[in-house]
Design a protein around this ligand. Structure first.
Ligand SMILES: Nc1ncnc2c1ncn2[C@@H]1O[C@H](COP(=O)(O)OP(=O)(O)O)[C@@H](O)[C@H]1O
Ligand SMILES: [Mg+2]
Length: 240
């Protein structure tokens, strides 16, 4: 589903965010990506839907290599939930934001409406559908952004820090939801307990590279490895 080879990306100010990163993800996998601040996680994520194109190396989603010509097709396959929901929500009403993707992609309207309603009800946002997204709480915005992505039924779901604004109950709800989705999933998070519960495989990123890659429970319980990469054990393992 994802095949990244020797991906390098340097920002205009000279910051090297990705440094020869290679990664393969099979269809149906649930991969967690962890790493300290500035490791390059969000930069990697922005290459998965063609927002950024490789400066060198390549990114393939399914059979398609990301470039200017495939950008539109790739955005249909990849549902990206941004780190900051404010970057994703821009319409006048919550409902319009959720329906923006489906109408843009020319998806069948009645079916999309039914799916939008199902998701908004599930996320407790149906009563708030006429509100401007700016008036929602951070957690509500997070779910609105998630609904806006899931309504397009992406083959690959990519989430950047999905639990950062969620209260414990909503975080638990998201864990259940994510575990019930059969699509390929890639989740970036500092919430290692969330990764523990939702991912079977974990990669640690450090300085724009993959520093470790393996079964989630093995990687996430390896204190030395985590600490060497600026991370700490998941809370569930601390003190044990
Ligand atoms: N727009 C930008 N311009 C310059 N440097 C940036 C920009 N965005 C991110 N960076 C830098 O690139 C590196 C990787 O950032 P990022 O991908 O956001 O890391 P992470 O998501 O792992 O915290 C950091 O050193 C960050 O400061
Ligand atoms: Mg980030």
């Amino acid at each position: 589903m994802i095949d990244i080879e020797q991906l390098t990306f340097t920002y205009p100010d000279g910051t090297k965010a990705l440094d020869g990163l290679s990664l393969r993800v099979e269809k149906g996998e649930s991969l967690g990506i962890v790493g300290s601040n500035g490791a390059g996680k969000s930069t990697l994520v922005s290459h998965l839907n063609g927002w950024h194109l490789p400066q060198s190396g390549s990114v393939r989603i399914g059979k398609l290599k990301t470039d200017k010509k495939t950008a539109e097709q790739i955005r249909k396959m990849v549902g990206l939930v941004f780190q900051k929901p404010d970057d994703q929500l821009f319409m006048a009403r919550v409902y319009d934001d959720v329906m923006f993707g489906p109408s843009n992609l020319g998806m069948e309207e009645a079916a999309s409406h039914a799916e939008a309603e199902r998701l908004l009800r599930l996320f407790g946002l149906w009563e708030l559908r006429d509100k401007p997204p700016a008036h929602l709480s951070q957690g509500q915005k997070r779910f609105a952004a998630l609904a806006a992505v899931l309504v397009m039924q992406p083959e690959l779901l990519v989430m950047d820090e999905p639990t950062s604004d969620l209260d414990p109950r909503n975080r638990r709800m998201l864990i259940g939801l994510v575990n019930n989705l059969t699509t390929t999933k890639l989740t970036v998070s500092h919430d290692l307990d969330f990764i523990w519960e939702t991912c079977e495989r974990v990669c640690i990123m450090n300085k724009g590279k993959i520093a470790a890659d393996g079964p989630a429970k093995e990687i996430l319980s390896n204190r030395e490895l985590l600490e060497a990469n600026g991370l700490e054990l998941p809370l569930r393992l601390q003190g044990s």
